[in-house]
Design a protein around this ligand. Structure first.
Ligand SMILES: C[S@@+](CC[C@H](N)C(=O)[O-])C[C@H]1O[C@@H](n2cnc3c(N)ncnc32)[C@H](O)[C@@H]1O
Length: 332
């Protein structure tokens, strides 16, 4: 299998259902993919937009902080869009607020409007399957886990000097690991520097009842690896920055779609979307009739209330889709 097809995009049909109509309504707007990865969602969207006989995006802006992913996206998307309609930004999507205006001014032309923003959070199969990146307990490798291997501290460096209390908090808050204190104590004693060493330390530290509860199919180190990865890449801080900046960048009728893979992310997306789509609070002493009340600037399209998850046919061929949930917000 070639490297460009290693990652199977999740919820493709649902993403196309959510974002294609935005192009039919507003014409040649700008599409921003905050996690362009290998470009799978963008390619599917371009096809869906063409099938719906809509104008293609005038510009696609893709962010990714993984240089390997960006190189693949550049060749796959460049072949379809041409260099002039594609801007790829090598960096975190928390830079969206600061960078987007400049990119639009330089590349999108007058009157350009962002009509769709997509974020497909977390890691790609490319990152998980390339053992050398240190994301997975399945392949022995240095414990790195950085999506951008050029910046920040690797997981091994973090574990090299962290104290037990701080590590317990990370495992509890980011991994929802019930056995956080004993696992953290074992890790701090061993200070592992490879994926196999960490997996072994965690498996040995976990109590027998906790292991039984996980069942045979889940590796005891699953939650520890998740927690460390989220910490090393500041994934929740990144998501908060995106949730703060992206809605205001949308043109009227534009949509923001976010795919999350665990409850920590989904809770944040759900709460932010709920706040933005609720009427602004009014002081109790201001008497207003129903039609005088200020309307929220955003809405959750009815067909996406509660978010959407993968259908059975997708679950059958893509295990990553099991925990994926797409939530959609529209500027009204
Ligand atoms: C699940 S993959 C996206 C796959 C893509 N939607 C596709 O269909 O090919 C997530 C990608 O987002 C990138 N990523 C995750 N968090 C990021 C962040 N805060 N800033 C920029 N890129 C990020 C990862 O490096 C990874 O390539």
């Amino acid at each position: 299998m070639g490297e460009a097809t290693e990652h199977v995009s999740v919820l493709v049909r649902e993403v196309c259902r959510a974002l294609t109509p935005v192009f039919s309504r507003t014409g040649a707007g700008v599409l921003v993919d905050a996690t362009v990865g290998l470009g799978g969602h963008v390619l599917a969207l371009l096809e869906s937009i063409a099938q719906a006989a809509c104008a293609p995006p005038r510009l696609v802006v893709g962010f990714d902080r993984d240089p390997d992913a960006l190189a693949i996206a550049r060749s796959r998307l460049g072949a379809v869009l041409g260099a002039r309609a594609l801007v790829l930004i090598d960096g975190p999507f928390s830079g969206l607020a600061a960078q987007l205006d400049e990119v639009l001014a330089a590349h999108a032309g007058d009157g350009a409007e962002v009509v769709a923003v997509l974020a497909d959070l977390g890691v790609s199969s490319l990152q998980l399957d390339r053992g050398a990146r240190g994301f997975s307990w399945r392949v022995d490798a240095p414990l790195d886990m950085r999506m951008d291997p050029r910046r920040g501290r690797s997981a091994a460096d973090v574990l090299g000097d962290i104290d037990g209390g701080a590590l317990t908090r990370i495992l509890r808050e980011l991994g929802e690991e019930p056995e956080a204190p004993r696992i953290a104590a074992a890790i701090v004693r061993a200070r592992p520097r490879t994926t196999f060493a960490l997996a072994e330390v965690v498996a040995a530290a976990m109590s027998a009842p906790a292991r039984r509860k996980l069942g045979a199919r889940v590796h005891p180190a699953t939650r520890t690896f998740q927690a460390l990865r989220i910490h090393v890449n500041d994934e929740l801080g990144e998501l908060d920055a995106l949730l703060a900046a992206a809605p205001d960048r949308l043109a009227r009728g534009g949509r923001l779609g976010i795919i999350s893979f665990h409850s920590l992310e989904d809770r944040r997306v759900k709460q932010r979307f709920a706040t933005l789509s609720s009427p602004p609070p009014m002081p109790a002493h201001v008497p207003l009739r129903e039609h005088e009340r200020p309307r929220p600037a955003f809405a959750i399209p009815p067909e996406f209330r509660g978010g959407v998850t993968a259908a059975d046919d997708e679950l059958a061929h893509n295990p990553r889709a099991r925990s994926a949930r797409l939530r959609v917000l529209e500027r009204v």
